[in-house]
Design a protein around this ligand. Sequence first.
Ligand SMILES: Nc1ncnc2c1ncn2[C@@H]1O[C@H](COP(=O)(O)OP(=O)(O)O)[C@@H](O)[C@H]1O
Ligand SMILES: [Mg+2]
Length: 253
Amino acid sequence: MSAPMIEVKNLWKEYGNNVVLERMNLQVKAGEFITMVGASGCGKSTFLKMLLGMEEPTRGQLLLDGKPIPNEPDQARGIVFQQYSVFPHLSVEQNVILAREFERSPLLGKLFGRARREVLEEARALLAKVGLSHAAKQYPHELSGGMRQRLAIAQALIRRPRILLLDEPFGALDPGIRKDMHTLVHQLWQEHELTVFMVTHDISEGFALGTRLWVFDKLRRDDQAPEAYGANITYDLPVNRESLAQLKERDYG
Ligand SMILES: Nc1ncnc2c1ncn2[C@@H]1O[C@H](COP(=O)(O)OP(=O)(O)O)[C@@H](O)[C@H]1O
Ligand SMILES: [Mg+2]
C-alpha cells in the first residue's frame, strides 16, 4: 500500500468565533479525483485554500507527503477559480507565459533567449491541449466563458502542478460547454497524472467526474449560534452506481 499523498489529522479551521471546519480526518492518495459538494458557506473554498497554502489550519495537521503544507502557494499546487484574474492587456499566449515566468523568476518576472523560447513552445503545446490554439493571439475580453476557463487551466498547468484545485470552475458555463470541459479535465487529469480536488454545486457533475465524492455538512448545529459548529465531510463516497443510488435515497440528489 502506498503512503497517502495528503493526510488531514484532526483539522479545525476558525475565523474568529466562526467555526468553519471541525475535526476533519482523511487521507487522499496520489491520482485520486475528489469532487466536493455542500451548502454555500460550509468551508469548501476554505479547504482548497488550505491545500493551496493560502490559509492555515487553526488546529490539527494538513500534510503533503508527510510534511505540513508550505505556508504559501508554490508550483506543486495549481488552482482554477470560477472568477480568476488575467492581465487584460496581454494576449492568451502571453498570459500563459506570464504564469510560468512568475514561477521561474519571480524577482525578474521576465525570461530571455532560449528559456523564453522553451516556455513559448510549452505554452503553445498547452494551448493546443486545452483547445485554444486558434485564440492564442486574442485578448481576454474577446473570449467566451468556456475559453476563459480553458485559459485558466492552461495557466495552472504550465507550472506543472501535481495537485490541481478547481473551485466551481464551470459554474458559470452553459451545459453543453460544461460537458466539453468535463472531457478536457478528465483527459488532463490522466495525461498529467494529477491529483484533483474540485468543488462543484452540481452533484451530477461530481459523480460524472470524480473517483470519490465528498459531501460537506454540519453534523452539529445550533440555530441560536450558527457559527458555533463547523462542517465536516459527512459522506465520503467512492464513485459508482451503488453510491449514487444510496445518495439519492438520502435525498441529496
Ligand atoms: N478570509 C476570511 N475571513 C473570515 N471569514 C471567512 C474568510 N473566508 C471565508 N470565511 C467564512 O468561512 C465560511 C466558509 O466560507 P467558504 O469556504 O468560502 O465556503 P464555501 O466555499 O463552502 O461556500 C463562511 O462563513 C465565510 O464567511
Ligand atoms: Mg466557495
